[in-house]
Design a protein around this ligand. Structure first.
Ligand code: SPV
Ligand code: MG
Length: 543
């Protein structure tokens, strides 16, 4: 694609009539481009109006340039700045041109009035014009200051606005052309195009002609084509439409004291995100944010009732039983959120409607009564991402256990409590056998699971601890789990299988999970005794 300056030059020099549209900030500029316009008019009127100041150079030129930078960054089509009188003399003009080039602006239009200027439609005939020679010097200074040959300087003749006739308009236009102007903008405030068409006829295409038909808007565009107008500027119609829309919306909300009337009629927040380019940032994150740990998610298995808790689970699953005033599930989710893990999926089953915890995604295992933990895990398989913690929903554990789990770098990591089993309370089905005993003197010891089962005497070995129901799956571990589940699914007993079956399958297929040993500092909820201890645990009274 051509540079913006070259694009603007082509718009001015092309054989046909081209059109550019007003914009006044990054957002409106982006809208102009995506609508299909080939260029943008950075209107002085609109730029100042959006800041609620007058079109009298009340906005400083550096403030204008700052807005232009946002407009240029948001677009790939050329911007022609309405540079008023050039914000001073020839010297100010030189600096302006250099700064505009630095900010990616394709050209500037300057008008032959005096600083500070007034909008042409406010008492135009009382506005004095700049001396022709002085203005020619300003054009020449601007042309000499540009470093890109295609940067365009458009000279705007205000003779008709100030009440002069065709001769003066022609005299000035010709002088400006000779001084180096790349195009002539002839302005008129009549509601008919007479002045402009008379000028166009006499001008006879000596240099590209630019017009602003704000007042003579009813003239058919075909007439401009016939008169070989190079560029038509639709000069202020986006700021005006924004004003109407804002006035209407504000009034309706104020009158109804509600958003109901307007909601369906205004741009959605999603549309704002689209215009801001939010998608591109998500894509870029995939490419560039890779050094940071992949975003961790959690899948909480909470489909079972908790049969042993009887009455307490008549109306709710056990994960919703309050412990020290807060449901266990809420405690887990809060713990994850505190570690920046916001993507939490809960597999619900029994009394799923009673799971009333904000900030989680709930998926249902409809067959919870007939199935086990692996069937629940399969329901949430799409939530198992590049880094996911899978755990039982009735777990209480100290925060450091989660921190340590997140610190380790292993595709599969299972938390095993190496406390002696005779001290173990609650569920003791998940007895762990590992290839190395817990060496408490070692930091991040490399031990791997050999087996997880209910057998306390597996292969005549002494147990190494208990798997507490926490498994982290990251990187290649995700594929290993996928392969493991595929293998197990072939077994007719699959629907009833639990997490230990998956762990053992992983071991058999050569993907044994690494072990993170702990000693205590956790518990699960299986019966009333557990519940009684849980309140104290949750309040931190015991380790
Ligand atoms: C502008 O858009 O700021 C212009 C065009 O200068 S006009 O308002 O018609 O003078
Ligand atoms: Mg203007």
């Amino acid at each position: 694609m051509n540079s913006k300056t070259t694009q603007l030059r082509h718009l001015l020099s092309s054989d046909g009539t081209e059109f550019i549209m007003e914009a006044h900030n990054g957002l409106s500029a982006r809208i102009v481009e995506e609508t299909g316009f080939k260029g943008i008019w950075a209107s002085g009127l609109a730029l100042s109006a959006q800041h609620a100041v007058r079109d009298n150079n009340e906005l400083s030129w550096t403030q204008v340039v700052d807005v232009l930078e946002f407009m240029a960054d948001a677009t790939s089509i050329p911007i022609l700045l309405d540079g008023d009188t050039g914000y001073g003399d020839f010297n100010n003009m030189r600096r302006l041109v250099r700064k505009l080039e630095q900010r990616g602006i394709a050209g500037v239009c300057i008008e032959d009035k005096l600083f500070p200027k007034t909008n042409s439609f406010i008492q135009g005939e009382r506005q004095p014009l700049e001396d022709v020679e002085t203005f020619c010097g300003k054009i020449q200074a601007g042309k000499d200051a540009q470093s890109d040959d295609d940067f365009c300087i458009v000279a705007r003749v205000e003779a008709f606005i100030a009440g002069w006739g065709l001769d003066e308009a022609l005299r000035r236009a010709e002088a400006y052309r000779e001084a180096g102007a790349d195009a002539i903008l002839m302005h008129s405030k009549l509601s008919r195009p007479d002045e402009i068409l008379a000028f166009a006829t006499e001008w006879a295409d000596r240099a590209p002609l630019v017009i602003v038909p704000t007042k003579y808007y009813s003239t058919p565009t075909e007439v401009f084509r016939q008169h070989r107008v190079s560029l038509v500027i639709w000069a202020n119609h986006l700021i005006r439409s924004a004003i109407s829309a804002m006035q209407d919306t504000a009034a309706r909300i104020q009158a109804s004291e509600s958003l109901v009337d307007v909601e369906g009629q205004i741009a959605t927040v999603a549309e704002i995100f689209r215009l801001q380019g939010a998608d591109e940032l998500l894509e870029a994150e995939k490419r560039y944010a890779r050094s940071a740990r992949a975003e961790t998610s959690a899948v909480i298995l909470a489909a079972s009732r908790g049969q042993a808790l009887r009455e307490l689970t008549r109306e709710r699953p056990k994960v919703m039983i309050p412990v020290a005033g807060k449901p266990v599930l809420r405690r887990l989710v809060d713990k994850f959120k505190a570690q920046g893990i916001n993507d939490v999926t809960v597999v619900a089953g029994y009394r799923s409607e009673a799971i009333d915890v904000q900030g989680v995604r709930i998926v249902e295992n409809g067959d919870w009564e007939e199935t086990g933990e692996l069937a629940s895990l399969v329901c949430a398989l799409d939530a198992v991402g590049p880094d996911t913690i899978v755990l039982y929903g009735d777990l209480l554990f100290r925060t450091y256990i989660l921190n340590n789990l997140l610190d380790w770098d292993a595709p599969l990591l299972a938390v095993v409590d190496s406390s002696p089993l005779d001290q173990a309370q609650g569920n003791t089905n998940d007895i762990a056998y590992c290839n190395a005993r817990d060496d408490r003197a070692m930091y991040q010891q490399r031990a791997f699971l050999d087996r997880v089962c209910a057998d306390r005497d597996w292969q005549g070995r002494e147990p190494d601890g208990r798997w507490i129901g926490l498994l982290r799956i990251s990187g290649d571990g995700r594929d290993a789990v996928g392969r493991g589940l595929d293998a197990l699914r072939a077994d007719p007993g699959f629907p009833r299988m639990g997490m230990p079956d998956l762990l053992n399958q992983l071991i058999e297929q050569g993907d044994a999970p690494q072990v993170q040993y702990i000693t205590g500092h956790w518990m699960d909820l299986n019966n009333h005794d557990d519940l009684q201890r849980a309140a104290g645990f949750a309040q931190g009274h015991r380790s």
